[in-house]
Design a protein around this ligand. Structure first.
Ligand SMILES: C[C@@H](N)C(=O)N[C@H](C)C(=O)O
Ligand SMILES: [Zn+2]
Length: 226
């Protein structure tokens, strides 16, 4: 099995959190960022447009860096642990179907590539990035509100080969390479890190961000959205 760094990797779990206590905001009531329909399941509807205040500010910075006519669209921000558990269980099933010969432990690790675990097999709890309100899944739209060509439809991430979701997936058209790079560029300039297994996933201030950017602690831990 290929070793990959994911938000569920032991080295990310080892990063400490000094929660800054920043509130969640709902971009539905703020008006400056577009958002799509509730992703994955109707169970995401109440939460997916919520994010930490500082994440919203950074997204506005990133959006301002886009060329004229291009805008951001949020796919998903805050995710409840209940939805995270459901997504993880579904992903475990998909991995088991694709790779029926691997051990349960390898199946678990493989599933964490596309969906963060809520808890490890030994019972240790993870902090899934979307549950911190500091992770965002995004795409870019053209002046007509159509998604730019990213080489795949983000809404079909469960159906495509996970290798196509790699930020630097092999075999992409020049257009898709350039659109993925544009998203990464503006988000990086606003302080976010990209999860290299998913071109659309970015975070700031969570444990994955701290690990990748060399900070000794995260500033956003798990948060409840009532
Ligand atoms: C489910 C997928 N869009 C996603 O958010 N994956 C990351 C790795 C996660 O679940 O934290
Ligand atoms: Zn994500």
């Amino acid at each position: 099995m290929i070793e990959r760094l994911t938000p569920s990797s032991p080295e990310v779990l080892a990063v400490s959190v000094q929660e800054c206590g920043e509130a969640l905001v709902d971009i539905r009531s703020l008006g400056s960022l577009k958002f799509g329909p509730p992703p994955e399941s109707p169970a995401t509807a109440a939460d997916y447009t919520f994010m930490r205040q500082g994440i919203y500010q950074r997204l506005l910075q990133a959006q301002a860096l886009l060329p004229e006519g291009i805008s951001m669209q949020l796919y998903e921000a805050y995710r409840s642990l209940k939805v995270q558990e459901m997504l993880f269980a579904d992903e475990l099933e998909r991995v088991r179907k694709r790779q029926s010969d691997i051990s349960d432990a390898d199946c678990f690790t493989e599933a964490t590539r596309m969906v963060s675990a809520v808890a490890y097999p030994d019972g240790t709890l993870n902090i899934p990035p979307h549950n911190t309100g500091a992770a965002v899944d995004l795409l870019l739209l053209d002046e007509n509100g159509q998604a730019l060509d990213f080489g795949m439809d983000i809404y079909r991430w469960t159906e495509v080969d996970p290798d196509l979701c790699l930020t630097h997936a092999p075999g992409l058209s020049d257009e898709a390479v350039s659109n993925r790079q544009l998203l990464v560029d503006v988000m990086t300039r606003a302080g976010f890190v990209n999860y290299p297994q998913e071109w659309w996933h970015f975070s700031y201030g969570d444990r994955f961000w701290a690990y990748l950017s060399g900070h000794d602690h995260a500033i956003y831990g798990a948060v409840m959205h009532a």
